[in-house]
Design a protein. Structure first.
Lengths: 98, 395
């Protein structure tokens, strides 16, 4: 089971509290996790990545195991700790301003 | 007794203000969509409890919300609880948030670039919905004006949106350029006497009209003069801030341009200036009295560099002669140390016998006048900066 932690605004949109748990088929990558997330919570389509190009929105970042993995290829495997459910996959609104 | 419902979009959520027809005591409900920018929300003229909201964020993009009970509850169209979360071919739903420019050859001339601030060509990039205009006849049909400038339409209650690509494709698109607030399509006026006729306005391109329900478009900017562009009398490139009409006389349009208040008596074919004795003719909103088609309201702002009222005095100006002759309306408005702005979509009129006028400020105040502007009182004083104000007159 993959654990995903969403920022507050997206939890509100998806109508969830706390972590989201997802069953993801096949290799565990940014893309497969986000595909599963959007399939389960269609309201999130377009909020994390573009509807058409599937590129990450400019002010959204991805973290795993305390590392910023925003610029990793979408098809790159996520860390084993995320794939095993030991660590969550974080979707974070980038900090702007003070 | 009739009631009014004022729909307020702010930088940090939406608010719904309600009162009876006296418009003295108000109930304030909100924030809805707390923390999100609400550029606009508006109700259907044929089903007043059907509301549509543009909810957006620089972080998370564009969301469309819909209410069928006057704003008590909201849903994202297309993702109602219990619906299957994917289509038969496995694609996720959630189309209500999806605004994709039409680049198909069938649309005529797929257009991919417009003018950028530095004069180079720049690809069209969707940013947000500025304005939602529900159909005058069908509660499931809504028009959306977006940034980068384009017009979209839904006919299924906002579940899916499709671009009316003839606007961007008619030929002048590469000359359009963003204004200081972005390249936004901010005004949509539906002609109540002609279902095929729609007026729209774009900053900074100008005003445009279709007479065939959005298939073909042409610029309607003859008579506009803008000293800040290379050709002051160009066909397009004018920073139109807002246009307005009275439903009983839709061929007469009033415009607040970047500078200049303008009037057209021929559905935009030609314009003439009616700034007259205004202390400054820079401003953003403009609106027309519900029952007196020659009574017009503007809020003069000092200049394009100083977006606040002159002399710290918040004054609405009213013309009862269709322009040229303007009177300052000050009773109940702050007349010292006031440096707020009133944005282009933040003024509205109701249709009660004594026409109510409403506007919101960047300081978070929403003012109402129940006597056509003679006197004003704040409904609320401390909302987030107000982006839009609409009003519904309810039975």
């Amino acid at each position: 089971m993959i654990r995903v932690i969403l920022p507050t605004h997206l939890r509100t949109l998806a109508r969830v509290d706390g972590e989201v748990e997802l069953h993801v088929e096949g290799p565990i990558t940014q893309r497969s996790v986000l595909d599963a997330l959007e399939a389960r919570y269609p309201a999130l389509c377009g909020t994390i990545r573009d509807h058409v190009t599937l590129q990450r929105r400019a002010f959204v970042r991805f973290f795993a195991c305390e590392e910023d993995i925003s610029h990793e290829p979408p098809e790159a495997p996520l860390p084993d700790a995320v794939a095993s459910g030991a660590e969550p996959f974080f979707v974070v609104g980038a900090i702007a301003g003070g | 007794m009739s009631r009014v419902r004022v729909l307020v979009g702010t930088r940090k959520g939406a608010f719904i203000l309600t009162s009876d027809g006296k418009r003295e005591n108000w109930e304030v409900n909100g924030p809805h969509f707390a923390g999100w920018e609400i550029y606009h929300l508006k109700g259907s003229p044929v089903d007043p409890n059907r509301l549509y909201t543009s909810q957006s964020s620089g972080w998370f993009g564009q969301i469309i919300q819909r209410s069928s009970d006057g704003g008590k509850t909201w849903e994202q169209p297309g993702t109602k609880p219990g619906e299957p979360s994917t289509t038969p071919d496995g694609m996720p739903m959630g189309e209500s948030n999806k605004f994709v420019y039409d680049t198909s050859p069938e649309s005529g001339k797929p257009l991919t670039t417009h003018q950028w601030y530095d004069g180079t060509q720049h690809p069209w990039e969707f940013k947000r919905v500025w304005h939602l205009e529900p159909s005058l006849t069908d509660p499931d049909t809504v028009y959306a004006g977006v940034e980068d400038a384009a017009l979209f339409r839904t006919t299924d209650g906002a579940q899916t949106w499709h671009e009316l690509a003839g606007l961007r494709g008619h030929g002048t698109g590469p000359k359009w350029q963003p204004g200081a607030g972005g390249m936004c399509l901010h005004t949509i006026l539906l002609d109540p006497s002609d279902p095929g006729r729609i007026f729209i306005a774009i900053s900074a391109a100008g005003a445009f009209r279709t007479d065939d329900a959005g298939k073909t478009w042409r610029p309607i900017n003859r008579g506009l003069s803008s000293q800040y562009i290379p050709d002051p009398n160009a066909e397009v490139g004018h920073c139109v801030h807002r246009i307005a009409l009275n439903r009983s006389r839709p061929n007469v349009l009033f415009m607040q341009k970047h500078w200049d208040v303008m009037r057209s008596d021929d559905a935009g074919d030609s314009w003439h200036e009616v700034s007259g004795n205004l202390p400054t003719d820079f401003g953003f909103p403009i609106d027309v009295h519900a029952h007196e088609p020659d009574t017009v309201y503007v809020v003069p702002i000092k200049s394009d560099a100083e977006h606040y009222p002159m002399d710290g005095k918040l004054r609405v100006y009213r013309s009862r002669t269709g322009g040229q002759e303007w009177e300052a309306l000050t009773k109940g408005l702050p007349q010292r140390d006031c440096y707020v702005n009133v944005l282009r979509d933040a003024m509205a009129v109701d249709s009660l016998d004594s026409c109510g006028v409403y506007f919101g400020t960047t300081g978070g105040q929403v003012y109402a006048s129940a006597d056509a502007g003679d006197s004003w009182a704040p409904i609320v004083r401390d909302l987030p900066p107000v982006l839009s104000v609409e009003v519904q007159t309810l039975p």
